[in-house]
Design a binder for this molecule. Sequence first.
Ligand code: C2E
Ligand code: MG
Ligand code: MG
Length: 765
Amino acid sequence: MRVRRPFLGAPVLFVIAGIAITLATTGVMALSLYQMRRDAMSQARDAAENLADSLEKETERNLDVFQLAMREVAISIQTPELQRLPADVRQLVAFGTTRGARQLGAMFATDAAGNFILDSRSPVPRRLNVGDRDYFQVQQRDKGAGLYLSRPFLSRGDDAGQPTIALSLRLDGQDGQFAGIVAGSLRLKYFHEMFKDAILGRHGTITLLRTDGSVLMRQPYHPGDVGSTLAGGHSFPPLVRSDQGSYVDIAVLDHVRRLYSFKRIGRYPLVVVVGLSTGDIYAGWHRRAIAIGAVTIVIDVLSIGLSLMFAGLLRRRLEMERQLRELAWFDSLTGLPNRTQLQREARRALAHAKQDASSFATLFIDLDRFKRVNDTQGHAVGDEVLREIAGRLREQLHAGDSVSRLGGDEFLAILQDCDVLKAMHVAGRILQAIRQPVALDSEQDTSITISASIGIAMYPSDGENTDVLLRNADMAMYQAKRSGRNRIHFYAPEYERKAREHLDLEIALQHDLKARTLSVAYQPKVDATGRLHGAEALVRWRNDRMDSIPPDYFIPIAEESGLIVELDAWVLGEACRQLAAWRAGGLAVPNIAVNVCAMDLKRPDYPGFVARTLADHGLAPADLILEMTERVMFDEAADDIRTSIDEIHALGVMLAIDDFGTGYSSLNYLHRFPVGELKIDKSFVQGIGDNARSESLAQTIINIGKTLKLTVVAEGIETPAQREFLRRHDCDLYQGYLFSPPLSPDDFARWVAAQRQSVPARPSP
Ligand code: C2E
Ligand code: MG
Ligand code: MG
């Protein structure tokens, strides 16, 4: 059995899509945040560099102006004419052109001892000595020192105590000896003024350094910063090595992480460093990152949530579809494929067989007497049995074969690549498997044993398409039932013809039964002396279109269609009427035997009907014998039949077992049922004389009858030898063509009259 799995990957796809969307949005967001962060940094770098650049330019320009002014002072001081001028004039001349530069700071010249000889702040030089200052000593020591920039120091002049730096130039005498310096002192406050408007954020810094690492000025201003050194910091080397650049570092002074952009101021040993704290740089980015992150999380949660929701919905939907498909394709009781699914399986088998030019078998399996299980054990047990049988059927099949339930107790198996022999084999196994007892109640240890009938149609010999095969397998199954159940029948073409014939016959019989065109023949039963002991009523059907149709042929058809009930009722009434009529005409017929079948006895009102019919014709119960075959007692509804039999017996009507020896021949039921007569089947009687087995069987039956004190009747006696054999073995009564065939009522009356003359009259009771 092949079950196609529904595609369950789809809900997973939803989840994967959800995750993919999440990853994509998160990735894009992260990437753009990263990009924004880099942009923030590079913008900050640009800003810092620009600022460093402009500060550098401005500082350089001012220093250049200052330096040039100092050089002019140096030139004028060395001019001999100037030496001779009075001090105030000399001061005017020397600083005349340096007005602009003097705004930056004081300018002065000293002699070789460091005493002021010219002072921009006073026409008469102030009495100051700078011999202890580094900017003096460097020039005094080193002839080639050039322009020297001092370390910061605290001013001693007008604005005493102010942090100041100084630039100095050496003055040489005529002899080349050191003659003093020209110097300019710059208050560092000036740079503060210059830098203070720069926009730097909350933690930004601007630092002016000497290239030896000592801090000249730092914005914002902290008194302790001036004079401290950065030379130990690990970011100091790049500051010294190159003229400009940027780096990120944690500040030595305040431990804040910053982006620094530095620029060397012209040729001066000075560097301006602009620092922007990374906190400030990323502040805007940070805010946006939080917002974007939040949005991303919301989007992600939504997309994952939605995808899970859709996946859940889809899964539920697929599951429902699967269940619907199962409902549509599978039988809910047994879980086997149902009729709909069977069509697909059959088409598949057909296509496969056509392609491979192979054959396959169609097995129609019908449980025997299943209705009885349902009726006696209840439907729950019936269902349980069906489930169990379904499981066993499945076990007997190979991969590629399929079994389905057609409904009720019918199953159909399709055996792929299967020839007649194999089909027979598998069907045999199935029968065997079904016959194993089905446990009903493990505690009470009760079980039920059931059998099945199987009909087999082969592709392609028994049909070219699935409908025909199914019908033919069904027909074959039906044959199996008819030939005694619990067996296998192969479909053969004559079955189909027979089935059609049956249907035609059924219709005709129904018609003729209504039209009362049937008749009853009577066959005498005699004793060993030839004296009449009774008559058996046998129905006769002669149809205009057909010749006489033997009861052996149409009675089973009447049984199948249910017409038998009506037919037998009519025969019983007719036989009783005839007996009463004969007696009324002076013909002494001791009793009349009528054949009944299981379906008659199953009618709950049958005993009442028998009683009424006897009464209607003024007959006594002893006037009637009902003949039934052994099979009747093994019918599915044995309990109903049993009740009828008991009631009939209670009426006083005798029961006979007809065709004894052909059915189940169990001595058991002879004890259990109130039987008064046994009729040896004619097949044994006819075997007498040339078949030892028949003879011994006939003999055995007579013995059984004697033992059980039953009347034994032999039917179908055709020869005197048969009669002699039976007589020798003490058979009670005789029936057969040797005495008389079944006769019309008139012929029967004549036969009785003729008989009376040749045989001595029966002693009256
Ligand atoms: P059965 O009850 O065993 O009836 C005896 C059959 O043996 C009759 O066949 C009878 O004609 C036939 N027979 C009698 N003597 C001889 C003989 O010497 N040689 C041969 N070859 N046959 C002989 P029939 O009338 O064809 O009936 C066949 C069966 O149909 C009966 O077997 C009985 O089972 C059934 N049947 C007949 N009438 C009725 C009826 O009204 N109701 C029911 N339910 N069944 C009936
Ligand atoms: Mg009979
Ligand atoms: Mg018989």
